[in-house]
Design a binder for this molecule. Structure first.
Ligand code: HEC
Ligand code: HEC
Length: 335
């Protein structure tokens, strides 16, 4: 209960903090819109989902949780070129951020999961990630009385199934939005929220055509686009993009346009993690997507603008997980 109350209070504070922007005139039509604060969610379900998100017992090793690869202390990513999973397996692709992922048109680089609930089942059973099965994950949770009580409170039944697990995780993920970035304050009419260099960077971002693909509240996440429109992208990665889902040759090497919200925190960049820095990513985008070679000064302006997209990071008490019992399946980190 204490927990819930503090969430409500922090929401109220967020509304008050946003109030000054209401006096200033909101800007006219811009291709980017502010991130809205958390929408109405089921608080009890989100609390349960938060525990599951942090619980490594959903993995075979008992060591890997969602937060291992989508670390909420690091912009919802692992900051690795490609992720490391079960038994130190090197994954094939870069982990996108979970921040604002509820705004994506679909989940994964190729959009193969239609929403967060569908997505959340994937990593638990992926042999290279958490390497468990849905049945065993459910068995582990069912052996822990603290979870049985909480599932009963949330779903009206203590019978735990993977559907409830993924639904709760998805509900928690909906809370992971990052409103009130400096850029959003500027969008809402606060002239002083960004400086001249950052504003010049935004103008360049618009004029150069970046907004054709990176637009909307998430500054991306709303379409699949070819990587390498003007010139091909060179990579050792085997990822083929959207064609893996549609089988359509025209979708080869099309990826979901990533959100640029919090991009300062989510390095390295691209599906193969091939760009170590933002300046490098901007340079590649200019050349390959738009046929434009930016000067160092132009790049640094665009980078300055991109850094204004860092919003308020989700903040909450670290969840304390209910303990295992004598009956709980033991971790198998080396099998
Ligand atoms: C071993 C590392 C690892 C673990 C553990 C992991 N993920 Fe991921 N996650 C990834 C990678 C890599 C991708 C991208 C895969 C792809 O697109 O093919 C991804 C993609 C996602 C996405 C899609 C984001 C987007 O923009 O498309 C979401 C949401 C997500 N993971 C949530 C979760 C949740 C919830 C869990 C726990 C149940 C979890 N992940 C566990 C590495 C991991
Ligand atoms: C034709 C559509 C398109 C245009 C135009 C475009 N982008 Fe992108 N952008 C993408 C796609 C698709 C990706 C993901 C590519 C990949 O990972 O292989 C991406 C990735 C990025 C990334 C890396 C984000 C991450 O988390 O990995 C940055 C930064 C970026 N774009 C900035 C820009 C800038 C700056 C411009 C303008 C100079 C621009 N983009 C123009 C489609 C576009």
């Amino acid at each position: 209960m204490k927990h819930k109350r503090s969430m409500i209070i922090s929401c109220a504070l967020a509304v008050m903090a946003a109030a000054p922007a209401l006096w200033a005139a909101p800007r006219g039509k811009e291709p980017i819109q502010p991130i809205a604060p958390v929408k109405v969610i089921d608080l009890a379900m989100a609390e349960l989902g938060k525990k599951l998100y942090f619980d490594p017992r959903l993995s075979k090793s008992g060591f890997i949780s969602c937060n291992s690869c989508h670390n909420l202390s690091m912009g919802g990513t692992d900051n690795l070129q490609t992720s490391i999973g079960h038994k130190w397996n090197q994954g094939p692709i870069n982990a996108p951020t979970v921040l604002n992922s509820s705004l994506n048109l679909a989940q994964f680089w190729d959009g193969r999961a239609k929403d967060l609930k569908e997505q959340a089942g994937g990593p638990i059973a992926n042999p290279g990630e958490m390497a468990f099965t849905h049945e065993l994950a459910v068995e582990v949770l069912a052996s822990i009385p603290g979870y049985v009580t909480e599932f009963t409170q949330v779903f009206g039944s203590g019978k735990i199934d993977i559907d409830g697990v993924t639904q709760a995780i998805a509900e928690f993920e909906k809370t992971l939005v990052t409103p009130n970035s400096r850029f959003d304050k500027w969008l809402m009419g606060d002239e002083n929220a960004i400086n001249d260099t950052e504003l010049a960077g935004y103008e360049l971002f618009k004029q150069s055509g970046c907004v054709a693909c990176h637009n909307g509240p998430a500054v991306g996440g709303s379409s699949y686009q070819k990587m390498g429109v003007v010139a091909p992208y060179k990579t050792a990665s085997k990822a083929e993009g959207r064609i893996a889902v549609t089988g359509n040759e025209a979708d080869r090497f099309k990826f979901k346009v990533p959100t640029l919200r919090n991009v300062e925190l989510t390095y390295p960049y691209f599906h193969d993690g091939g760009a170590a820095t933002l300046a490098e990513a901007v340079d590649t985008m200019g050349r390959l997507q738009l046929g434009k070679t930016f000067t160092d000064e132009e790049k640094s302006k665009i980078v300055a603008f991109l850094k204004t997209l860092t919003g308020e990071q989700p903040s909450f008490l670290l969840p304390i997980l209910p303990p295992s019992t004598d009956k709980t399946l033991r971790p198998k980190p080396f099998e």
